[in-house]
Design a protein around this ligand. Structure first.
Ligand code: SF4
Length: 329
């Protein structure tokens, strides 16, 4: 992708960051008082999960573990439990590992350089750039799915970016960044946040609201008559997938404070449904039983269930003991 319009970058930066200052959401990890650790936790949680689902979990997490050392002192299973229903729970394990590394190698403080961040578990190039920028004000070029979509439309004139991130997109993103110099760092970070927010709130995947967009007058996609996507994006199947089954198993383990018999998780045909001793006392028992009933009601063969449980154990998300299956210790 290359620049197709004679864009006035200065005006673009001004319009998008001005819109963001007026319309951007007041999210706790964006507030000046938020610590680098708070920003880092938000970036892990937001990788695959929308803001509205992240907010309550982030707030509970930060209250319980306001510093990396607090999380590092607890078993990984507690991180997985607190992750709740955010999905992709390996992120919780990686975040707990990262907290331990920060505690042991960085004196308990989130490192501020891109290279040190990139060396932490669970931190890829996007997350390292985002933490550098949003926690430390270093204007790395940040590119997430929302930013890619805005770039594809605004500059590329296409409804969607390519299915996978390309080198051309990376070059374009760098080209669109405000240049260094007076206020360059602050503007660069504001630009990253603003384009991301524009993609999340206005230039959305399914129904972009171009009438409310601060840069509609410069948009190549609008100028081209809003052409259809140049490919059909693959939908993400959910029903019947291993992901669905693994998620349901994790829900049982999170709700149970006692080990759960493996047969209850993987043998539906031959084992009686949900004995009363699953979970522990009163409320947790009710929640654990409900989660187990949901798991067992899914239309999946025992072989798929066994495969999913083995996958959770080998990923470190579950442990099998002589008493049954639990969250990791
Ligand atoms: S005008 Fe429409 S397509 Fe173009 S950037 Fe704005 S919201 Fe996206």
């Amino acid at each position: 992708m290359s620049l197709t319009l004679p864009l006035d970058l200065e005006a673009l930066h001004h319009d998008v960051t001005g819109w963001f200052a007026a319309e951007g959401r007041d999210l706790p990890w964006r507030r000046p008082e938020c610590s680098p650790w708070g920003v880092m936790v938000s970036e892990f949680m937001l990788q695959q999960t929308p803001v509205v689902r992240v907010l309550p979990v982030w707030e509970q997490w930060m209250e319980r573990w306001p510093e990396p050392a607090a999380l590092a002192s607890e078993p990984s299973g507690e991180a997985v439990r607190a992750w709740g229903r955010l999905g992709y729970p390996r992120r919780a394990l990686r975040l707990a590992e990262a907290a331990r590394r920060i505690t042991e190698e960085h004196g308990g403080r989130v490192p501020s350089t891109y290279a040190d961040l990139l060396a932490l578990p669970g931190v890829g190039s996007y997350t390292a750039a985002a933490i550098s920028c949003f926690a430390f004000g270093i204007p790395e070029t940040v590119v997430d799915t929302n930013i890619r979509r805005v770039h594809a439309r605004l500059v590329g004139g296409r409804a969607l970016p390519e299915p996978s991130y390309t080198a051309a997109e990376a070059r374009l993103a760098a080209e669109l960044m405000p240049s260094a110099g007076h206020d360059g760092a602050e503007l660069g970070c504001a630009w990253n946040a603003a384009v991301m927010e524009l993609g999340a709130l206005v230039c959305t995947a399914r129904s972009p609201r171009c009438g409310e967009c601060p840069v509609a007058g410069a948009c190549a996609w609008v100028a081209a008559g809003r052409p259809e996507p140049h490919y059909t994006p693959k939908g993400q199947a959910w029903a019947g997938t291993d992901r669905q089954l693994r998620g349901a198993m994790m829900a049982v383990l999170r709700a149970s404070d006692a080990p759960v018999e493996a047969a209850l998780l993987v043998e539906v045909a031959s084992v009686d449904p949900v004995p009363a001793h699953v979970g522990a006392q009163s409320d947790p028992a009710t929640e654990a039983e409900a989660a187990l009933r949901r798991l067992r009601a899914l239309p999946a063969a025992d072989a798929q269930r066994r495969r999913c449980l083995q996958g959770l154990i080998s990923d470190g998300l579950a442990s099998e003991t002589s008493h049954g299956v639990t969250l990791p210790h």
